[in-house]
Design a protein. Structure first.
Length: 133
């Protein structure tokens, strides 16, 4: 199998700024050249409860005082190589700038490389979500 790179970005967004963040993600933080992009998903993190009783991984703020005012998102980007991800997106990730106005804490990132895999009959969505740039 060819190399696949998966990059996770944990966004910590101020409550009340979710719409602003999602709009900015769709319209401004877009992928200019999608060559090499397999798929990308911005997902809101669910909390353990009646609907999701199996959740055991707490995605939380580094400063627990921020937790009550925070909505968590995980961006999952799947690329055909880490080099392609870095060329298109990674090289622009600079942590020396102030956090964005909608963030309560600086985002965190991790790159993962599949060690083993399995496939099912399901398919990735064939189109972008609405209003995606």
């Amino acid at each position: 199998m060819e190399e696949i790179s998966v990059v996770l970005i944990h966004w910590k967004i101020k409550q009340g700024s979710e719409t602003e963040f999602e709009k900015k993600w769709k319209m401004e933080l877009f992928i200019r050249d999608r060559n090499g992009l397999i798929a990308e998903f911005l997902s809101k993190v669910e909390r353990r409860g009646e609907t999701f009783p199996y959740i055991t991984w707490a995605i939380i703020c580094e400063n627990l005082a921020h937790e009550e005012q925070c909505t968590h998102y995980i961006n999952v980007g799947m690329w055909n190589s880490h080099a392609r991800f870095f060329e298109e997106v990674g090289q622009n990730m600079k942590d020396d700038e102030p956090i964005k106005e909608f963030e309560i804490e600086r985002r965190r990132r991790v790159a993962i490389t599949p060690a083993e895999w399995r496939r099912g009959p399901g398919a990735l969505p064939q189109q972008d979500s609405s209003e995606m740039k």
